[in-house]
Design a protein around this ligand. Sequence first.
Ligand SMILES: *Cc1c(COP(=O)(O)O)cnc(C)c1O
Length: 301
Amino acid sequence: MEKLVAYSSDQAHSSVERAGLIGGVKLKAIPSDGNFAMRASALQEALERDKAAGLIPFFMVATLGTTTCCSFDNLLEVGPICNKEDIWLHVDAAYAGSAFICPEFRHLLNGVEFADSFNFNPHKWLLVNFDCSAMWVKKRTDLTGAFRLDPTYLKHSHQDSGLITDYRHWQIPLGRRFRSLKMWFVFRMYGVKGLQAYIRKHVQLSHEFESLVRQDPRFEICVEVILGLVCFRLKGSNKVNEALLQRINSAKKIHLVPCHLRDKFILRFAICSRTVESAHVQRAWEHIKELAADVLRAERE
Ligand SMILES: *Cc1c(COP(=O)(O)O)cnc(C)c1O
């Protein structure tokens, strides 16, 4: 147990770190590259070092669409390494997974064939109410083999085994909520085309916000905009950006959640609402520009 070591990139969600705590295993953060993506060379380096130290690499979480900046780990590079080293590869696509309903975003999934498990959260960006996290495993017997126990008081349902998928062997609790019903209703209501249109609209609006930011020389875009998240900041100190965020959030017209990328304080503009329109994005940008002017004026005084 103390020799087992798991990996994720330094941009992985805090839940990955928590999984390491719950599992009682070491979790190491692989430094991401200039685009905040995990690459083969950094992973390879960590594996060599840890194996030489007598550790046993066994688990890796690659993120498609990181929480901080919606970057994508390079699955085509790290996937084959995990397969070769017999490391379980889990793909966390909590947010970005919903976008794969659109064929034009599916290239972001390239390399998923190397994964042993894959998760995304329809409650984040697919109009399904909280909570709903969907997980796939490549080989179900990996789970049922680990969890299967057959006490006498649960024998009654055995006549069905093999005919139905019995999720009590897949997980820690025996029972589970019937979440697929609410997904079914969403699928019926919107249809594939409706859901695709919803995702496309959000991505288009984030690009619209991106181009507004790019037209203003006081601001910079910090990371390539791929889906519905725009990472931007005032060119200048963290302090001035923290002051801007504080003004934006205390005005309570829009709400931004910031992040740090390396040592930089970043503002994150996320398109989230079901009813968002271009006019809202335009108004939000006007509002941000006004507050930015106030912040910059206050700074000069
Ligand atoms: C949001 C997010 C999570 C956690 O999702 P929950 O719904 O809070 O469990 C995990 N990973 C990534 C990349 C996320 O963006």
